[in-house]
Design a binder for this molecule. Sequence first.
Ligand SMILES: C[S@@+](CC[C@H](N)C(=O)[O-])C[C@H]1O[C@@H](n2cnc3c(N)ncnc32)[C@H](O)[C@@H]1O
Length: 184
Amino acid sequence: MISNQTKQVLASIPSAWGDGDCKGHIDVAQFIIDQIKPSVTVDLGVDYGYSLISLACNNPGIVFGIDCFEGDEWTGIRNTYQYVSEKINQLELNNVKLIKGYFDDVIKTWFLPIDILHIDGFHSYEAVKNDYEKWSPYVKRNGVIMFHDTNSHDTRFGVKWRVINNHCNIFTSFFIYFTRPQIF
Ligand SMILES: C[S@@+](CC[C@H](N)C(=O)[O-])C[C@H]1O[C@@H](n2cnc3c(N)ncnc32)[C@H](O)[C@@H]1O
């Protein structure tokens, strides 16, 4: 159950996730959390924190939000670290740990087995493939990897469905379509 306060905070976030009917995103995140009861959740790509908050609410484990907090070509260049910290504090999400760094640097010292991995960093084929290949070995046998934007088919941005089709053969995979053509 997501509180009204959380819904208000999510609705206020200036994210691509929040500019329309975003209900589907949080519903899917909450459903998976309820099924998995994760100990460790990793959100690769925080930006303004929409996915991070969606994954942190009602999550019994620790949730790592990893981002360089510099933005990128698609999101725009911006440092959202302070903004996200304030939202996390406002919602008293004591299970969240923000890590400021590049995914490739953070993975060098990573050792925790992961229950839920959400991949939403830079949207080039090479970057998504790289994030998947470096981080997926830490996902537990019955863990879940979520990709955002798999139903986007823009020739440059819409790459995730191709990465899944070409490289994610060790996992059972399926697509969830809802609200708008943007999905995990
Ligand atoms: C699409 S946005 C994430 C959106 C976010 N999941 C949400 O719910 O709104 C991508 C984010 O990934 C970060 N990013 C891109 N490449 C990165 C990298 N190699 N290492 C760390 N952060 C990266 C950017 O700073 C940006 O904030």
